[in-house]
Design a protein around this ligand. Structure first.
Ligand SMILES: NC(=O)N[C@@H](CC(=O)O)C(=O)O
Ligand SMILES: [Zn+2]
Ligand SMILES: [Zn+2]
Length: 345
């Protein structure tokens, strides 16, 4: 049996939701991950430091007894966000990043930023105090094709913003294109990118071939195969600017299996098995630790975890449930469409 021991991983982009869903999913993260950046797109969103403090308490209450897990809180940037509140959140150690959703870009993002001019005072303060901005990098202009929205965002929003505020640290979250990978690679500082588990595994065929498959629909939407290959190359390269952000985003099945299904894929439960499979396929198992456990903390200025986890590759496939049952309803688990042999011991 092959085994691989790595530092305990962290998830640098996670949706835990709230209430019954939070209770139903948090154990799948805390079982393997020591820390996670918690997305603030609740209804209503987490906009102030006080909101984030209260949400953090709800997360800690929902945590299974005995699990050690540190939620790294974020604030949802609006045009009314107060620079002083953001700075206080940072200084008190509560806030790890501020999250930018272009208005209407994705699930629960209607309160996001429409006019960047109005967000400049906060962004300037963040640059000054070294607080990273996490971005959902897609434009929402109706004329722009959904498969081009990441590239157009880089050209028309992200790059101009970074030229205007070169000291701002920006995490380009859930990078899905070779354009995103190239942009990060070509910049010498203050930018990094997270990559999801599922974008390393599926391309857009998974959503559309052989019938419409809502459980492979997420935002940014999976792109063509050449982009998936670019993401794989980036993730397995060891380049410290790329790290894991699962973007595990649970929705109950009725909200996905309908005429207007929500975006989001649930991967917390089998991410480490999927990643070990991908890195093995790429002959890069020795770089899994950098991607899942080292590059992220380095970017966020934190120490890697002291603990380790052991992955082992068995002869028989590991079975994961097709769905998890939560008090909010069933949530379908990401199916990579190949058997998984690696498990976390
Ligand atoms: N990734 C998704 O497809 N959905 C996320 C939102 C997001 O990260 O854009 C969600 O909150 O459901
Ligand atoms: Zn997003
Ligand atoms: Zn997300």
């Amino acid at each position: 049996m092959r085994t691989l021991t790595i530092r305990r991983p962290d998830d640098w982009h996670l949706h835990l939701r709230d209430g019954a869903m939070l209770e139903g999913v948090i154990g799948d993260t805390s079982r393997h991950f020591a820390r996670a950046i918690i997305m603030p797109n609740l209804v209503p969103p987490v906009v102030t430091t006080a909101d984030a403090r209260a949400y953090r308490e709800r997360i800690m209450t929902a945590l299974p007894k005995g699990d050690r897990f540190e939620p790294l809180m974020t604030l949802y940037l609006t045009e009314d966000t107060s620079p002083d509140d953001v700075e206080e959140g940072r200084t008190s150690g509560l806030i790890t990043a501020v999250k930018l959703y272009p208005a209407g870009a994705t699930t629960n993002s209607h309160g996001g930023v429409r006019n960047f001019e109005n967000a400049m005072p906060v962004l300037e303060r963040m640059a000054k105090i070294g607080l990273p901005l996490c971005v959902h990098g897609e434009v929402t202009t109706p004329e722009v094709d959904i498969f081009d929205r990441e590239k157009v965002f880089i050209d028309t929003v992200l790059d101009p913003l970074r030229r205007r505020l070169p000291e701002l640290k920006v995490t380009m979250e859930h990078v899905t294109t070779s354009d995103g990978v190239d942009y990060i690679r070509s910049s010498d500082r203050n930018i990094a990118g997270s990559i999801t588990t599922h974008h390393l595994i599926i391309n857009r065929n998974a959503i559309l071939v052989g019938g419409i498959k809502p459980h492979y629909y997420c935002l940014p939407v999976a792109k063509r195969e050449s982009h998936r290959l670019a993401l794989r190359a980036a993730a397995t390269s060891g380049d410290a600017r790329f790290f894991l952000g699962t973007d595990s985003a649970p929705h109950v099945d009725p909200l996905k299996e309908c005429a207007c299904g929500c975006a989001g894929i649930y991967t917390s439960i089998n991410t480490m098995s999927c990643l070990a499979h991908v890195f093995e396929q790429e002959d890069a198992l020795d770089r899994l630790e950098a991607f899942a456990s080292l590059n992220g903390p380095a970017w966020y200025g934190l120490a890697p975890n002291d603990e380790t986890i052991m992955l082992e590759r068995g002869e028989e496939p590991v079975e994961f449930p097709a769905k998890i049952e939560t008090e909010a309803g069933p949530v379908t688990v990401f199916d990579p469409m190949f058997p998984l042999f690696w498990r976390v011991r």
